[in-house]
Design a protein around this ligand. Structure first.
Ligand code: 4NP
Length: 168
């Protein structure tokens, strides 16, 4: 089983949307027994809470139901997940430092990377912007960034881990 962890700051806006979108793509590809995902925040401020109501509404409008309960990333996640996919540079720095402090070595680019490394439309800064202090329109923009990036990420992981058996 290939395991993916999506990480943002609070685990109530961006990473639970990425988890919901990625799970939907996993289901559509019938890959539930080969790849799974979860999400977490670098901070535990919203531990135990459902996502932000604006993220829930926006995702639902796009056909995705979010049920994740917030949690803080833990050192054990660094080994439990094959890929840790962060939303912005600040998340990257936090997880990178946690990894270095815990394991005395640096994470590979396959272990830890930005979601927008996979955004086919990215220009300039490769971050998923934080919509927490933004508008409904910002949540909609973030949804589409996450959707197209998750699609490209899953395609890449299918190839990398050879998740689909070839049929003759
Ligand atoms: P997220 O957004 O990292 O995408 O979940 C945020 C959620 C909460 C806060 C900041 C960002 N906060 O300050 O509580």
């Amino acid at each position: 089983m290939v395991k993916v962890l999506f990480v943002c700051l609070g685990n109530i806006c961006r990473s639970p949307v990425a988890e919901g979108v990625f799970n939907d793509l996993i289901q559509k590809h019938n890959l539930e027994d080969k790849i799974s995902c979860d999400s977490a925040g670098t901070k535990g401020w919203h531990a135990g809470q459902l996502p932000d109501h604006r993220a829930i509404k926006n995702a639902l409008d796009n056909g995705i139901a979010l049920t994740h309960k917030g949690r803080e990333i833990h050192a054990t996640d660094l080994d439990a997940f094959d890929h840790i996919v962060v939303m912005d540079e600040s998340n990257f720095k936090d997880v990178y430092e946690m990894y270095y402090k815990t394991k005395n070595t640096t994470p590979s680019t396959e272990k830890l990377f930005l979601l927008r490394d996979y955004d086919p439309k990215v220009t300039g800064v490769k971050e998923v912007p934080d919509p927490y202090y933004g508008s409904e329109l910002d949540f909609e923009e973030v949804y589409h960034i996450i959707q197209r990036s998750c699609k490209a990420l899953l395609d890449s992981l299918i190839e990398k881990h050879r998740l689909v058996e070839e049929t003759i």
